[in-house]
Design a binder for this molecule. Structure first.
Ligand SMILES: [Zn+2]
Length: 443
């Protein structure tokens, strides 16, 4: 049984640029091609792509349309990292002389060596536009007070979120350098209306608030916006966040090398919009690299159209998505991805012959209200992954009872057997940025 969640009222359907967001398919294609031609002209001074085209025996001048783009080889993260290692510090990835750049950030290095990423003023404006879509489609306006619960540091998404809020005219507060308790007090004292953080951290903040005797459902927060992990589009995670905050939870997706490339909308239809105004998207089979159609899960490939200072062409994001062009109730014509980012292409587990992504486990465990936090140990035994779940539970519940519910849920929903272990309250790590709940251990 699920608790009925009473959310604060959602504002009227809002757009960042209604005319562009509702373009018909043919006109949208023309607009993408125009922007691609504009990017192509700038690429003539980008050494990395000039060489890439040369190696593929392609002439840069052939790149006129999204159709031509399909002949261009993919760009991978490994390739960008290798380029920066071979030609430190930035690789030959810059289109313009260094003096033209104003912003330098770096990736978190979750999946390897961090990448340094530079933006010109024009490129940063592109980021602001992308965030404009994220905020406005969630109904955020100049009347709102946005709280960004991030550590900041060199991470691009944190600064883009705060500048994006200013761009749409909202008042905003940086939550950098504060403890969770201080952040909660600030949210309440300043009557913040919008919370931006990872899904995991929204849940952690709610847990800390409970310990402080605070009920965040009575705070002014009416909207929460998340990225960094698949969580906010995972049904039971979304429900947990909405229950804890009494607010509507919105997902979006982005990457330092690309931009904020997808956004949720007020129709809340379980799929988020691809920003086809600023990017060209393709979905491919990660093994064969062939394009996959609607309704088939594949890896998202992105080309940035308006970030000429450090562009990426046909960039393999590693994110697994399922495309749909079914009309959305919000009126936008932009394609969507069902369930947001479903996982990472390299995160797939094979548990007793069943292919499984961490988001499926997250969805299952977050639907069990007795579980506060969890961690998963993966052992490779005879070519297959074996899972040990460490769970923190509410003290009032006997572990054996919770264990039985977990085992039953895994059996009935995922058809796999797992082991469950009880972790002491507060012993498992909490995450502010990207959660790392899955640990591979020697078999
Ligand atoms: Zn929509």
């Amino acid at each position: 049984m699920h608790l009925v969640t009473i959310l604060k009222p959602v504002k009227q359907m809002d757009f960042y640029h209604r005319e562009l967001e509702t373009l018909d398919h043919a006109r949208l294609g023309q607009l993408q091609d125009e922007r691609l031609r504009c990017l192509t002209r700038q690429l003539a001074t980008n050494q990395f792509y000039l060489e890439k085209f040369h190696r593929a025996r392609l002439d840069l001048q052939m790149l006129h349309s999204a159709e031509d783009l399909k002949r261009v080889p993919f760009t991978t993260k490994g390739e960008l990292v290798a380029e920066q290692q071979a030609h430190p510090p930035y690789g030959r990835l810059l289109t313009y002389p260094l003096a033209r750049y104003s912003y330098l950030h770096q990736t978190s290095g979750t999946t390897g060596q961090p990448l340094k990423w530079l933006d010109t003023r024009e490129d940063w404006e592109n980021w602001m536009r992308c965030w404009g879509y994220v905020y406005r489609s969630a109904g955020v306006s100049e009347e709102d007070l946005v709280f960004c619960a991030f550590s900041f540091g060199p991470y691009l998404s944190h600064w883009a979120a705060i500048d994006g809020a200013r761009h749409i005219g909202a008042l905003c507060i940086s939550g950098g350098g504060l403890s969770s308790e201080q952040r909660l007090r600030m949210i309440i004292e300043s009557d913040c209306t919008v919370l931006v953080c990872t899904p995991t951290y929204a849940l952690h903040l709610a847990e800390v608030a409970e310990g402080m005797g605070l009920d965040m459902r009575s705070s002014a927060i009416h909207t929460t916006i998340h990225a960094g992990e698949p969580g906010a589009s995972v049904e039971s995670v979304k429900r947990c966040i909405e229950q804890a905050w009494g607010a509507t939870c919105f997902d979006h997706a982005g990457a330092t090398e690309v931009g904020a490339w997808a956004f949720d909308c007020q129709a809340q239809g379980g799929a988020i919009h691809l920003n086809e105004l600023e990017f060209i998207f393709e979905v491919i089979n990660p093994q064969t690299s062939e394009t996959v159609g609607e309704g088939t899960r594949g890896e998202l490939v992105v080309t940035t159209l308006s970030r000429a200072g450090m562009p990426v062409l046909r960039y393999r994001t590693g994110d697994l998505v399922e495309l749909t062009t079914e009309p959305c109730a919000c009126g936008r014509t932009l394609a969507r991805i069902k369930g947001g980012v479903l996982g990472r292409a390299d995160d797939m587990l094979i548990v007793r012959g069943v292919n499984l992504y961490p988001s499926a486990i997250d969805n299952l465990l977050r639907a069990l209200p007795s579980i506060i936090e969890y961690e998963v140990e993966i052992r490779r035994i005879a070519g297959m992954d074996d899972l040990l779940l460490k769970i923190e539970i509410h003290e009032k519940e006997p572990f054996s009872q919770v264990e039985q519910s977990v085992l039953a849920a895994f059996r009935s929903q995922l058809n796999i057997r797992v082991s469950v272990e009880c972790a002491a309250r507060g012993s498992l790590p909490r995450y502010e940025f990207k959660a790392r709940r899955y640990k591979r251990v020697a078999g």
